[in-house]
Every structure is written in structure tokens, then in C-alpha cells.
Write a protein that binds this ligand. Structure first.
Ligand SMILES: [Zn+2]
Length: 76
């Protein structure tokens, strides 16, 4: 798809690390499948993956961690 940020690149399938910060907790989620812009590096997650990422982050935050690195497993 065409990148909506720079309007100059197109995206291709890859993996990114998503970092979220909330309530003093920093959660890094690695190996998240995404569409990545080949021009500006912006990435796009689909709706299901966004939910999954937020779920994982929420679980870690509930545990009260300050910093956690999670590796995203392939979702069937
Ligand atoms: Zn772009």
C-alpha cells in the first residue's frame, strides 16, 4: 500500500519493535508483523495485531513491571 505519512513510499511486509509507555511502564514488543514504508520507515499494524499488541502490553503493565521486552509469537 501507499504510505499515508510521506506519500512518497510504498510499504512492504516486515517486522517491527513496538514500544509503549504507560503509567511509568515501558513495554517493548519485538517481531510484530507490520507493513513498513520503504521511504520514511513508518509502520502500519492491522487491526487484529494492534489488539494483540495492546493485550500483551496490558498484561505486562498489570504485573507492575517497569520495563519488559516481549517477543510476539505468531498468531494463528
Ligand atoms: Zn512513508
Amino acid at each position: 500500500m501507499e504510505c499515508v505519512i510521506c506519500r512518497n513510499g510504498s510499504t512492504s511486509q516486515g517486522e517491527v519493535t513496538v514500544t509503549l509507555e504507560r503509567n511509568g511502564s515501558i513495554i517493548a514488543i519485538k517481531a510484530v508483523p507490520a507493513q513498513i514504508c520503504n521511504n520514511c520507515g513508518e509502520y502500519y499494524l492491522d487491526v487484529e495485531m494492534t489488539k494483540e499488541v495492546l493485550n500483551r502490553a496490558e498484561q505486562a503493565i498489570q504485573k507492575g513491571v517497569e520495563f519488559e521486552v516481549i517477543k510476539m509469537n505468531k498468531v494463528a
